[in-house]
Design a protein around this ligand. Structure first.
Ligand SMILES: [Cu+2]
Length: 302
């Protein structure tokens, strides 16, 4: 009884939100609350409470881990989820072309609470929709058209597993992890490193040392694309040395904006680059070829 009425409300509200996305996706439109204050996205959140008890499997009561569940998801390689910061506007492609269109790309993303996530249809893979296993969100009827869009505004932390219903048995699965981003107490550092999958909020304290070492090409970000530790705290006058592992291809150490760090791009095991920090501040840097993968670091000088 409650199930059927809930279902009807779903379809009504998702139809509205699809329209809203189609109409609004070209213009800028902020993510987050201002974007949803047009009403449509938050509408989809209301049925959740009533829908959950009637569904048998909520993510929290499902025995298998997210990793297990995603093991046969097309396009999933077991790596860290793509993580987004508070002001991000993440988009998931529905129908990744290289997997016959039967994949979400990326299959897993991690976002903070109060994030609007969009799904954009590529037109590959035939009829598709986006349906949460626990009923939290549902794009409604399937569609094969390029340019179809759906969005859902995630308010609550949790692990949301979803499928494209026509292809769920063929591995067209995805997940949205809604989680507070790591926090180190250094906002600039947190904002920069939210994109580094190997950063968990820890800032390694070497303020009592004259020298400190960072490994370039450490495991992380889906390969050997990490700086380890990604965040380091030192005192003025400290020399930091980056040492290459030789893994993950050629890396460099380059300041995010204008800054003092500017190494060569090298691949050889045993290569090193040094810089002595004389002034206080937060120094943000990345490896240019692997920046988008999350190969980022920070040195806080106090
Ligand atoms: Cu690199």
């Amino acid at each position: 009884m409650p199930r059927s009425s809930t279902r009807r409300r779903f379809l009504a509200s998702t139809a509205l939100s699809t329209l809203a996305v189609t109409a609004g996706c070209v213009s800028s439109g902020n993510s987050g609350q201002s974007g949803s204050s047009n009403g449509t996205a938050t509408d989809t959140a209301t049925p959740t409470d009533t829908a959950t008890p009637t569904d048998t499997a909520t993510p929290s009561s499902t025995p298998d881990s997210l990793d297990d569940w995603l093991a046969d998801a097309n396009g999933y390689d077991g790596g860290e989820p793509q993580r987004h910061g508070p002001r991000a506007r993440p988009t998931v492609m529905v129908g990744e072309p290289t997997d016959d269109g039967l994949a979400f790309d990326p299959p897993v993303i991690e976002v903070p609470p109060m994030t609007n996530v969009r799904w954009d249809w590529t037109g590959h893979g035939g009829q598709q929709n986006v349906v949460a296993l626990d009923g939290t969100f549902d794009s409604g009827r399937t569609n094969a058209q390029l340019g179809t869009g759906y969005h859902y505004f995630f308010e609550e932390t949790g692990e949301y597993r979803y499928v494209s219903e026509p292809h769920r048995d063929e591995g067209m699965k995805g997940a949205v992890i809604v989680k507070e981003p790591p926090s180190s107490g250094y906002p600039k550092v947190d904002e920069w490193l939210v994109g580094a999958g190997n950063f968990d909020g820890t800032v390694v304290d070497r303020t009592d040392a004259d020298t400190a070492t960072v490994t370039a090409g450490a495991e992380g970000n889906g390969g050997h694309f990490g700086f380890a530790p990604p965040a380091l705290k030192v005192s003025t006058g400290t020399t930091v040395s980056w040492e290459w592992t030789g893994d993950g291809g050629a890396h460099n150490v380059v300041s995010k904006d204008d800054g003092p760090l500017d190494s060569e791009l090298v691949a050889e095991d045993g290569s090193a680059y040094e810089h002595t920090f004389e002034e206080t501040g937060s120094y943000l840097y990345h490896c240019a070829p692997h920046r988008a993968l999350g190969m980022r670091g920070a040195v806080v000088v106090e």
